[in-house]
Every structure is written in C-alpha cells, then in structure tokens.
Ligand binder design. Structure first.
Ligand code: SER
Length: 318
C-alpha cells in the first residue's frame, strides 16, 4: 500500500477528502498536513505542520513518511486571492511547482491537484462550457489555476509525472467551511437557515454558478486517481459538473424544508468574479474517460445537508 500525503488537509475539501482517504486506506497510510493545527473532521492519523511554499519541508515530510502519492490541495481561493495577489501567486504556484518537481525527482507514483471553473473568463461559452473553451481568466486565482494546469501537463509530458486534475465547481458541504471563495455563499446559507436566521447574500439573486455536493467531489477525486492511466486523456484538468443554480434557486430549495427562510441580496466585489465564470459546464470527457457521474442534485443535497447540520428545526417543529 502506497503512503499518501495531503496538503491543505484542514481546508474545506481537504478535511473531507482526508477523512475518506483514511477510511479507505487506513489512517496510518494517510499523512495529513497544513499550516494550522489539525481539525477533528480529518480523523485520527499522522499529522505534520507543513508550509507548501517551503520545498525542503515538503521533501523532508515525503522522505520521513515514505510518501508515494500526493493530494496537493493547499491554495488561496478566488476572493482572497484578489486581496493578496502576491501571496496567491506564490502559494498557488510555488506550492505546485515544489510538489511537481519533488514528484519528478523522487519518481512518486501519482499526484492530484485541484483546478477550478475559474480558468474560464467572460469570453468562454457561458452554458455547458466545453473542455477546450477559450481560457482567458480575469482573476488572479483563475490565472494561477490556468498556469498550474499547464505546469501539470508540462511535467507529465516532459518528465512522465502522473499528475491528475479536476476543474472543481463551487463545492458545498456541511462538515467543513470554505474560506475566501466566491461560491462560499452556498455553504453559509445552510448554516443561517438551520439557525432560523435570515441570510444576506453577497451575490445577485440570478447569479447562476456551477456547484457540486462535497460527497460527489470526493468521489470524483478518488475515481480519477483510481482510473487506469490509459484512460486519462486530459493532462491539464478535467471539466466536471453536477448542479447549476442561482442564490434564488437554492433559497427556494431550502424553503421547501424551512418555509420561513428569508434571503436578501447585497452583491459585493465577489459579484464581478461570479459574472466572469460559466453558468454550467460540459463534463462529457470525464464521463467517457473514467465514468464520472454525480449522485446529487440541488434537492437531494439540500435535504442531506439540512438533515446533518446541528440545529435544523425542520418544517414541523416551531
Ligand atoms: N470555489 C472556488 C472559489 O469560489 C472556485 O474554485 O474560489
């Protein structure tokens, strides 16, 4: 069994992916790392403080734990990246280049790296954006993800590094909170709803974005990593899709379970970012290459989240 390293393990995706990898492979085979202290969601198992901008630190942890596979998730998300452009570039790029070059030098088995729908800009086809739509992002985050995709393809082509990647849409889960993203509203909204509080949305009510329930995102990641190498035709990053909705549509779905839920709209600087991204994504290549298929739609996701969040007072209970 190859030992796995996860960077950014305490982030929104990292927390749930680390827990699932530990379920599948056994805790001792999954070394979680982040710049913070561990959170309870990732479960028991080896943990190291790790700054991915420090190549020596990564190399040391990889050697110490005899790591063969890396899920490199540490990054700054879109809204935060606009505020800290230098740090965003350094963290998102240096971190990836450090991991890719170590993978080359140590002949690691496999690397996973997340890209995003943010690689697309206003000139991409808005609906069912194809895999090879023009990629002219207008955000620092998008620029870093696009450059990262090209680095992944380069390390695969030039050095045979088996690096695999997905262009995640907005990820929605109830176990861990996102930070500094444009799609974060679709997580926060549930936390307000279960407390019986109104939600002030930072995007316009009609702003449709591609989204995905966290369990589908974790499944997509693991399925891609398990796919046979010969089935991987995309070495930049795969489009994947599940659901597309607007703030108004998610609030309607919540209201089916919590009729009194109230939402207001006060678009801020994140609206411009949302406007530059697609409404929906064509993921047919992922479907045909490695049988990708999401399980959740807006309504099943909403019911599942509300059922699990503490404090959900349901329709019957006042
Ligand atoms: N969820 C991310 C963000 O909003 C997009 O990849 O930044």
């Amino acid at each position: 069994m190859s030992k796995i390293l996860v960077t950014g393990a305490c982030g929104q995706l990292g927390s749930e992916l680390t827990a699932e990898l530990r379920n599948i492979h056994g805790s001792e085979y999954v070394v979680a790392t982040d710049i913070t202290d561990p959170n309870p969601q990732i479960g028991e198992g080896p943990y190291e403080h790790l700054d991915v901008m420090n190549r020596d630190q990564i190399e040391k942890v990889i050697e110490q734990h005899e790591i063969r596979v890396v899920y490199h998730l540490a990054a700054l998300l879109s809204a935060n990246a606009e505020k800290k452009i230098g740090l965003a570039w350094k963290l998102n790029m240096d971190g990836l280049l450090n991991v890719l070059s170590i993978a080359r030098d140590k002949s690691l088995e496999k690397i996973f790296w997340p890209s995003s729908i943010a690689v697309f800009g206003p000139d991409a086809q808005k609906n069912y954006t194809p895999q090879n739509s023009p990629c002219n992002p207008t955000t620092v985050y998008g620029i870093s993800k696009l450059a990262g995709e090209q680095w992944c393809a380069y390390f695969h082509r030039s050095f045979g590094v088996d690096v695999r990647s997905l262009r995640y849409p907005g990820l929605i889960g109830y176990k861990s909170l996102p930070g500094g993203g444009t799609t974060d509203y679709a997580v926060e909204i549930y936390h307000k709803a279960v407390k019986g509080e109104p939600f002030e949305c930072f995007l316009d009510k009609a702003s449709i974005l591609p989204m995905m329930y966290m369990s589908d995102a974790v499944k997509a990641t693991i399925d891609l990593m398990n796919a046979s190498e010969k089935n991987i035709s995309i070495r930049t990053s795969y489009n994947i899709a599940a659901i597309s909705f607007s703030p108004e549509e998610i609030s309607d779905a919540i209201r089916k379970n919590i009729p009194g839920f109230e939402i207001t709209y006060t678009p801020d600087h994140r609206q411009k970012i949302a406007d530059s991204w697609p409404n929906s994504i064509d993921d047919s290549t992922a479907r045909s290459d490695w049988n990708w298929k999401p399980e959740h739609d807006l309504h099943s996701m909403t019911e599942d989240i509300l059922k699990h969040l503490p404090g959900f007072w349901g329709v019957e209970t006042p």
